[in-house]
Structure formats: structure tokens, C-alpha cells
Design a protein around this ligand. Structure first.
Ligand code: ADP
Ligand code: XUL
Length: 538
């Protein structure tokens, strides 16, 4: 889990910057202090939705339909979490008047639907009442489809056909048609519930919705998160009218504008100032969690690579040009720092690991001990860990397979899932960077050194971590700093903005073991063949 809240009370009275991360399972906040060369994290806190807000009836932050394909979450829960976290910041002992700017990141692709009049209502929320009850009536749809949804296959086919095929759509928007991407989700909503679509005046991503709550006005989208919609012309960093028309009627008027990621949305709204005593700090545009982690990990040079082990597993890094994955499985997003990033996403990440852990009644300590006890290469045993439909490679139905692996053997199953995930990451990230010397790891499971060792061995690369447990929230705080300085007419470069925060921690050293690297050179080819055989037989 992310580190517990901690406050350093010996502050020097300089600028504070706040970064939120509204992820699948939790809302985190990281606050940094910047005083010249003195840079430090002064507060971190994570609110887990299922534990702290059980009234919304989520499991792992979402609600899943019986067939497992429709996955939604209530936006009022995210608003509630933001409200409670503001209260927690107030109680932290920090001097709120030192906060210069706030920004955030959010799980990508999810969409929030607001009725007409939402913007005016957001500007005049009653500070004596909780936020969630005031936000719920503004929604034209009380749940949001989120990135885990895979119910829109028909809509994807229609979009691809209307826009000249998947390859053409990938050249235009950075990705072929994806079920979780917002265009397919909007199309499904507009065709299946046209009345509710007609009542919808504004469609936000989770990121721009949360920024709108803070600023009390309609926030723009920025290119990092907007490129996860199949709606943005990647080269122009603006909406593609062809993609909008293929998606739903009158969509252009329902979408916020796209602006650079360092745009000031406005001042913190009166709600937050009166209810909690915050000052008139700047709200900087929010982005997606993966683009935010790119900043929080300090990755600006093509050739660098990060692995995020969160609810989803993702592999990403800056890329010089919008080159596409020849297999069609990856995404090109805009980087919040300008330019592009490549990303490959796996739906069977932490929750799949938890499934194997729970199947053998283990805790993470027991899981890691078994991982350590089993040999690299697992004696040739293989697993395809598709416990839910997989994004990469595209697997439409849950379809878990074992090869030369006894289901009763806890230790080998633990090793098999971790090796499978690491090998899939390696195979499907070659288009971003073929060989890499150092990988930056982040996300909840990056706390697990045994999992990181398998990744190091499979990639034949060193794996490092940064001091912060949450690179997305840290990236948001650093983007708040960067955006604030830009707005104040005293801009800093991205490298300067992240300096002192993104250096790898010296311990632990997770280096590839030569004998393990050799074992995976063989197993990787076998895994690739197994993966392709089972996909074609599905
Ligand atoms: P998200 O940001 O997607 O909500 P996080 O990055 O916070 O998710 O990661 C949460 C996940 O981290 C949990 O679902 C859990 O499976 C995993 N996790 C936490 N601690 C460990 C650990 N020691 N070993 C492996 N996985 C862990
Ligand atoms: C990325 C993706 C996930 C979400 C989860 O394309 O779908 O990583 O951003 O937070």
C-alpha cells in the first residue's frame, strides 16, 4: 500500500504545491514544498474508496455487471473523496496560505456526464454542505464507465469502420478503437439512452471533472488525457471533427476545449476557501494517471521506460515521434511535457495477482516468500493470466491457461503469474523501446521487491524506485509547481520542476541476475508462442 500520511512540521514557510491522484481504488494526495533548492515531500495521504466510503457499494473502487463486461463507478464518490481529503489536509498542520497551486491526475478514459447549468452550479456550491450531495443532482448519468469496461465491442467496430479502419484511427488519434476509450463509451450512451444523452450538456474525463470541482468552473482537457479518447487529432492536439461526428450527434458542443497541460483553470473555488480555509491558489489542469506518472518519475528522454504496477499494469515512456505499435496493441498519448509517450496497458494487473494470492490463502509476505523459493523460468511452467478480458494482447473473454503447471502447486502458480506478466510487458513494450538499462517502477505492487526482481530478470535491466510511493500524485504536485511558475511569468523547465524529487532511491538495488536472464531468453520465446496459440484458439 502507499506510505502512511506523514507531515514534516518544520516548514520554512515557502511555496507548497498540492497534487491529487484519483485512481481506480483510492484518492491520494502528495504535497511538496519548494524553497529554492530545498525540495521535499511534506504530506502524503491515501483514502481507499471501499474502506472509507462503503456507502457507494464499490469493490476495488468499481461496480461490475454480472457478465463482467460493464464496469462503472459513481462520480459522487470521487467528489466525496476529494471533499474528505481537503478536510484531512486542513487537519495536517500545514499552513494552507502557503499553497500556491493544486493539480491532479485521474484514472484514464472514464467519463462524467453533466446536465446544463453545471458550470454555474459548481461556482456557487454551498460551503456549509458536503460536496457529494450537491454534485449528484448535476449529473445526467449517475455512474461513469471506467477503464475496466469492455462492453463496447460493437461501438468500436462502428467507429473503426466510419474512420477508415483501425490503422487509420491509430494514425489519427494514437490508438485503434478501444472498448474502454471514451469515444466508444459515449457512442454506447448516446445510442442506448438518447434521452439522457440529450440532457447532457458537458462530458468530462475524470481528470477534467475533478479539476472543475476544484476551480468551480468547467476545466479544459489537456493532450495527455484527451489522447485516451479516440477523439483527439494527435498531431494537432485538438478535437478531430471526423472522430467526433462518427461518435455521437452534437458532440463538439459537449466536450471541453483542449489546452496545454500547464494551463491555469482558475482560482480555487469559494467552496474550498470558505469550507476549509484554503487561500486563492491556482488550479492547474489535471491529466491522466499514466501521463502524470511520466512527470512524477522524471521521464523526458526517449529510450527511458517505466512500469506501473497498479490496478492495471502499464509500461510507458517518452517517444520522439508518434510511432505506432505494429501489433496495434499500444497507445500513443500526448506527453504533458509536450511531445509524445508510448504506453501499453494490461487489465490483468494487481487484481490478477491478488486472485492467485487469495486462491492459495496467502498474504503478500507469503506470496513473496514463494516467489523467492522458486527457480527463474519455473521449470518451463507457464500461465496466461487472463482472469478478466485482457487489453494486451486483446482477449475478449476471461481465459486463464496453464501449461505444465499443476493448479494445486501454490509456489509455481505464484511464480507463473508474475513471470507471465513480466514477459507480456517485455514482449508488448518493444515498440516503445527495445532494450533498456534502467526501468523505473511505481504503483502499489512496486513495494514488492520479489516482483521487481522478476521484472529485472525478464527485461535484463536494473529496476529502480523513487522515494514517493505515488508517482502520479507527485507528478501532479510537480505539474502544479510548473504551471504556477508559468502563470506567474517566471517559467521553469520540466527538468528544473522535477529536480530533487525524482531521483532513484539508492536501496534496494534490483539488478538482473545473469543466470536468470539466460533462463528467460528461452522462456520468452515459448511464452510468445503459447500466447499466440491460445489467442488464435480462443
Ligand atoms: P491504483 O492507483 O490503480 O488504484 P495502486 O497503485 O494504489 O492502484 O495499487 C494498488 C494495488 O497494489 C493493490 O490492488 C494491491 O494488489 C497492490 N499491492 C499493494 N501492496 C503490495 C505488495 N506488497 N505486493 C504486491 N502487490 C501489492
Ligand atoms: C491506461 C489505462 C489504465 C488507467 C488506470 O490506458 O487504462 O492504466 O489509467 O488508472
Amino acid at each position: 500500500m502507499p506510505p502512511p500520511a506523514r507531515t514534516n512540521h518544520k516548514l520554512t514557510g515557502m511555496a507548497l504545491y498540492v497534487g491529487f491522484d484519483s485512481s481506480t481504488q483510492s484518492l491520494s494526495v502528495t504535497i511538496v514544498e519548494v524553497a529554492g533548492d530545498l525540495r521535499r515531500i511534506v504530506f502524503e495521504h491515501t483514502l481507499v474508496f471501499d474502506d472509507e466510503l462503503p456507502g457507494y457499494g464499490t469493490a476495488h473502487g468499481v461496480r461490475v455487471s454480472d457478465d463482467g463486461r460493464t464496469v462503472v463507478a459513481p462520480p459522487a464518490m470521487w467528489a466525496d473523496a476529494l471533499d474528505r481529503t481537503a478536510g484531512i489536509i486542513t487537519d495536517s498542520g500545514l499552513d494552507l496560505s502557503q499553497i500556491r497551486a493544486l493539480s491532479g491526475s485521474a484514472q484514464q478514459h472514464g467519463s462524467v456526464y453533466l446536465r446544463a447549468g453545471g458550470e454555474t452550479a459548481l461556482a456557487s456550491l454551498d460551503p456549509s454542505l458536503p460536496l457529494a450531495g450537491q454534485v449528484a443532482p448535476l449529473l445526467s448519468r449517475d455512474t461513469s464507465p471506467v477503464w475496466m469496461d469492455c462492453s463496447t465491442g460493437a461501438e468500436c467496430r462502428a467507429l473503426a469502420e466510419a474512420l477508415g479502419g483501425d490503422a487509420a484511427l491509430a494514425r489519427l488519434t494514437g490508438s485503434r478503437a478501444y472498448e474502454r476509450f471514451t469515444a466508444a463509451q459515449i457512442r454506447k450512451f448516446a445510442t442506448r439512452d438518447p434521452e439522457a444523452y440529450a440532457r447532457t450538456a458537458r462530458i468530462h474525463l475524470v481528470s477534467s471533472f475533478m479539476a472543475s470541482l476544484l476551480a468551480g468552473r468547467d476545466a479544459p482537457l489537456e493532450p495527455g488525457d484527451a489522447s485516451g479518447m479516440n477523439l483527439m487529432d494527435l498531431a494537432a492536439r485538438q478535437w478531430s471533427s471526423a472522430a467526433l461526428e462518427a461518435t455521437a450527434p452534437d458532440l463538439a458542443s459537449r466536450l471541453p476545449p483542449i489546452a496545454e497541460s500547464w494551463t491555469t483553470v482558475g482560482e480555487l473555488a469559494p467552496y474550498w476557501r470558505r469550507r476549509y480555509g484554503f487561500g486563492p491558489a491556482r488550479v492547474i489542469a489535471w491529466t491522466g494517471d499514466n501521463p502524470s506518472s511520466l512527470i512524477g518519475l522524471g521521464l523526458f528522454e526517449p529510450g527511458q521506460l517505466a512500469i506501473s504496477l497498479g490496478t492495471s499494469d502499464t509500461v510507458f515512456g517518452p517517444i520522439a515521434r508518434p510511432v505506432h505499435d505494429p501489433s496495434g496493441a499500444g497507445h500513443v498519448f500526448g506527453s504533458p511535457a509536450g511531445g509524445y509517450m508510448g504506453l501499453t496497458c494490461f487489465a490483468n494487473g494487481s487484481l490478477a495477482r491478488e486472485r492467485v494470492r487469495d486462491a492459495y490463502a496467502l498474504d503478500w509476505g507469503g506470496f513473496s516468500a514463494l516467489l523467492e523459493r522458486t527457480p527463474a523460468g519455473n521449470g518451463g511452467a507457464l500461465m496466461l493470466p487472463w482472469f478478466v478480458p485482457e487489453i494486451t494482447p486483446a482477449v475478449a473473454h476471461a481465459d486463464m491457461h496453464r501449461r505444465a503447471l499443476d493448479a494445486a502447486d501454490a509456489a509455481r502458480n505464484v511464480r507463473a503469474i508474475v513471470e507471465a506478466q513480466a514477459m507480456a510487458m517485455r514482449l508488448h513494450s518493444r515498440w516503445i523501446v527495445d532494450r533498456v538499462g534502467v526501468i523505473r517502477a511505481t504503483g502499489g505492487a512496486a513495494a514488492n521487491a520479489q516482483i521487481l526482481q522478476v521484472i529485472a530478470d525478464v527485461f535484463a535491466a536494473e529496476v529502480v524506485r523513487i522515494a514517493s510511493g505515488n508517482s502520479a500524485a507527485l507528478g501532479a504536485a510537480l505539474r502544479a509547481f510548473h504551471g504556477d511558475r508559468f502563470a506567474a511569468g517566471d517559467p521553469v523547465s520540466w527538468e528544473e520542476a522535477v529536480a530533487g524529487f525524482t531521483d532513484p532511491t539508492p536501496q534496494p538495488h534490483i539488478r538482473p541476475a545473469p543466470s536468470h536472464v539466460a533462463a528467460y531468453a528461452t522462456l520468452l520465446r515459448e511464452y510468445e508462442a503459447f500466447e499466440s496459440r491460445m489467442r488464435s484458439s480462443a
